[in-house]
Design a protein around this ligand. Sequence first.
Ligand code: M6R
Length: 610
Amino acid sequence: MCGIIGYSGTANAVPKMMKGLSLLEYRGYDSVGLAAQVGDEVKLVKCKGRIGVLEEKLRDAPVEGSSCAIGHTRWATHGAPSDVNAHPHRVGGVTLVHNGIIENYKALAGALEAQGVVFASQTDTEVAAALIDACYRRTGDPVAAIRQATAHMRGAYAFGILFDGQKGRIYAVRRGSPLILAKGQDGYYIASDITALLPFTREYHAMDEGEIVCLSGQTATCYDEKGDTFTPVFQKTTLTPEAAQKGGYPHFMLKEIYEQPRAAAGCVSPRVNAAGLPDFSADGVDAAFLSGVRQVHIVACGSAVHAGYLGARFFEDIAGIPASVYIASEYRYHPPLSGEKTLVLVISQSGETADTLAALRYAKEKGLPTLAVVNAVETTIAREADRRVYTYAGPEIAVATTKGYCTQVAALWALAAAAGLANGHADADTARAVVKGLVEDAPAAMKTMLAQRDTFAAAAKGLADHEHVFYIGRGADYALAMEAALKLKEISYVHCEAYAAGELKHGTISLIEPGTPVLVLATDPALFEKTESNLREVRSRGAYVILLCREDAAVTADAADRVIRLPQTSPAATLFAALVAVQCIAYETAVFLGCDVDRPRNLAKSVTVE
Ligand code: M6R
């Protein structure tokens, strides 16, 4: 979602803002802006649209001589994308950028309007700026003003703030939305995530809830929630600047699809012991803990919840532990039955998804043990969960997740095997086979599929101009179908639904017309015949059928218009090969239709609002 960057130091601030903003683009945005201190003035440049529009504005009216600035990419929530709603917002002596949502902004705005404040925008952010300005005028002290103003705010926020009269200083505060402080050779930075700062520095401190920071060129002063100062501890990210570059690929999504063989192995290998068995004890998830789990609630959003549907099957099949899956935004409204041995397992690539975080906090309030499967390290979900398993996929820049989802599935599969081993439901051979499947067979199978990109491009052409596309499958294939359908629609805007193969005929089959594409996932030999019957049902009504099945599946010539064969070295090999196929089909469809693959309309990478 929205992105923040700020810099105060000895170098020219505006080029740093532009570079940092371009690295925040991946989060999804519809307007962009910056504010730079120049002498005693604050210069504001902002606009609706992409960074190119901001660049043009700066070409027409350059902002020079600034070494202290804040910048922002906005993903609209309150108020449409427009020049006036873009950040930074300036009210009185306060200029700020904001991530998050101030939920009680209407009440705050009413009180401020009664005092004569007139708002120019429709945003909650301008209200926050006005409130901080009112407090600053009263106290003359930025930190006191921030503390007073935020005490009245409900919701989530990360602010980067310039105060008039505070030359060379940026103030920042966060609650609910992430923000980091970073230390470079030539000054200090703030950012919503480290990716934006990789060209400048790798040393960062993840700000805590309620923490306030004042940074200048030479110093950074941190105040904890109580107002006491403390010395921040900086850590070094292992990410390199290259991690946030396309590395010769036309899109980040394609690069990330190609990274999956290594990512899946890289996620599971560190959790394999000398006996070739899954072992998560270094993650704090040891056999004693796992053997006590009697029930699992898997909670997540979007693709992560799709990974959860597979995860639940793994826990039930391999570990014999009943597992239910919940969409995070619904978890609190229908409190599920749970016992003290219920493990709440949240899944999140970004580690910042607001709905998942809220569900995690709810589970903690209920006293349930929590475990997070997370990719982005040191993020809020990772920090707040009792235990965490990092998926080590590396930074995922494309909005549509690929390697993030892939490693979530791999981690869940290995975790379920570890749980099965711990509670005695699985024997060592079973657990060892799971690990081998994930570390060896699946990466090899994915590579095999990646060598056939032409097949996917050809399949994609058959989908592009249709009103409806369907993915159908049974069992694990149904779970994968959900991810496949989401992938296609989110980046190509082709409407696609996933159906349990047996369910289509209970209503939705009425949408099948001659030529309607139906992609049939049939990777499980035990379910093949039944799925094939469902394939026949749509084929006999004229559907254009693409069948994805194992190499050994007995498919007659008239069964499908196109057959994509998948390696069958192990169940993991087949499943992950199918995953690569559906990702590539979505990718090629989006490219064929000329879509903005990495930054689909209306979407944000990290959904930090509920
Ligand atoms: O960062 P998270 O894994 O918590 O994100 C969850 C969803 O927002 C995310 O998977 C979303 O559905 C992606 N756009 C899917 O490609």
